[in-house]
Design a protein around this ligand. Structure first.
Ligand SMILES: *Cc1c(COP(=O)(O)O)cnc(C)c1O
Length: 365
């Protein structure tokens, strides 16, 4: 009998995500207010769309496997060399490359229990072993806890999303630098900055190139190109060369490269999206307070709202879905009593607010 490798056989079939399209099919819904995946509700830049439309004519050609023009523009943006940049089909792909490249089978990887699950999915898929710290009770990352586990378990890779998903919280640069210095020297830090666009650049750590840190960024959130699948990592030239060895050479399609390049040039649109997201966060804080609920302060394009218990949060999420409003919720304590809602346009927020009001009356505390 043919069997998959044990590490693969052990992966549950739905990890890490059930997509909204599948949920719609399962629930017989023909429309959905999409507030569950932190996609941009504000679309891609019109300039990106124009460039991508024009590029479609050349779809019979492979894209530039070096993403040379995009990396050149990114090098200018980040003040680094193009040999310190690697482009992938989203952070999700780059994460897998980092795990595969830097973790020997059976090695440990450290993350926060309940944080972004795709990292875990890759660790399990490549035969690694996950070790965890928990979130603090206030929903923030427990940096001291992570350091303690790192010292005990000597992980090959330490994962930290900053700003974090699903909490939305942010570790400012001084605190983050102390954390990086306190980790064992032989740990590679995968610093996932998917939401960096939503915080003041001065609050992020300096654009230093460090052998022990791989920073990832994406065009999926503020740039509104989630469906195009494109992101990048900033790393030492040596680490980039390692990732280049195993990267799928034509994995980043030419349309995505062109769209990302045009997006970078459209600063006015980027600023517009960041402002809209701020307005959405404020609207969610106001809604929570009106309903007598607590929200976590967010530095991202989503907000977590406390429903008091994991059971209530799950029931509210399911009832919202039945009403055509798709959100998600964190899966592990202490954040599992929250629901997480992505920044929407005003009509999307109103649909969420109306459904939440109706559901809260039914789903008792
Ligand atoms: C959305 C998200 C990603 C995925 O980014 P892609 O570039 O779309 O793969 C990665 N990390 C975090 C923390 C995210 O929230």
């Amino acid at each position: 009998m043919i069997r998959p490798a044990p590490a693969i056989a052990a992966i549950p079939p739905t990890t890490p995500f059930i997509g909204p399209e599948q949920l719609m099919r399962e629930h017989g819904l023909d429309a959905l207010v999409r507030l569950g995946a932190n996609e941009s509700a504000f679309g891609p830049s019109p300039r990106a769309l124009e460039a991508m439309r024009a590029e479609l004519e050349r779809l019979s050609w492979y894209g530039d496997p070096e993403s040379y023009e995009l990396r050149t523009a990114l090098a200018r943006k980040h003040g680094c060399g193009i040999e310190q940049l690697v482009v992938g089909s989203g952070i999700d792909e780059l994460m897998g490359l980092v795990v595969r490249a830097f973790m020997a089978p059976g090695a440990a990887a450290l993350t926060t229990r309940g944080s972004y699950p795709t990292f875990n999915y890759h660790v399990v898929g490549y035969g690694g072993r996950l070790v965890y710290a928990s979130y603090r009770d206030d929903g923030r990352l427990d940096l001291d806890g992570l350091v303690a586990v790192a010292r005990a378990e000597r992980p090959a890779v330490v994962y930290l999303a900053n700003p974090d998903n699903p909490s939305g919280t942010f570790v400012a640069r001084g605190e983050l630098e102390r954390f990086l210095d306190a980790l064992p020297d032989d740990a590679l830090v995968l610093l996932d900055e998917a939401y960096a666009d939503f915080v003041d650049a001065a609050a992020l750590i300096d654009p230093r190139i460090d052998d022990r840190i791989i920073r990832t960024r994406t065009f999926s959130k503020a740039y509104g190109l989630a469906g195009a699948r494109i992101g990048y990592a900033i790393a030492s030239a040596e680490n980039v060369a390692t990732l280049q060895k195993i990267r799928l050479h034509y994995g980043v399609n030419r349309n995505a490269q062109v769209g990302a390049l045009a997006s970078l040039a459209d600063e006015a649109f980027h600023t517009h999206v960041v402002r809209e997201v701020e307005a959405a966060r404020r609207a969610y804080y106001a809604l929570a307070s009106e309903l007598g609920l607590q929200a976590l302060e967010s530095f991202t394009n989503f907000v977590c709202i406390d429903l008091g218990s994991a059971d209530r949060a799950t029931r509210v999420m399911n009832e919202l879905l039945a009403r055509g409003v798709w959100i998600r919720k964190p899966g592990a304590p202490p954040l599992d009593r929250y629901i997480r809602v992505s920044a929407g346009t005003a009509p999307m927020r109103e649909a969420f607010a109306a459904a939440l009001r109706a559901v809260l009356d039914e789903v008792s505390a």
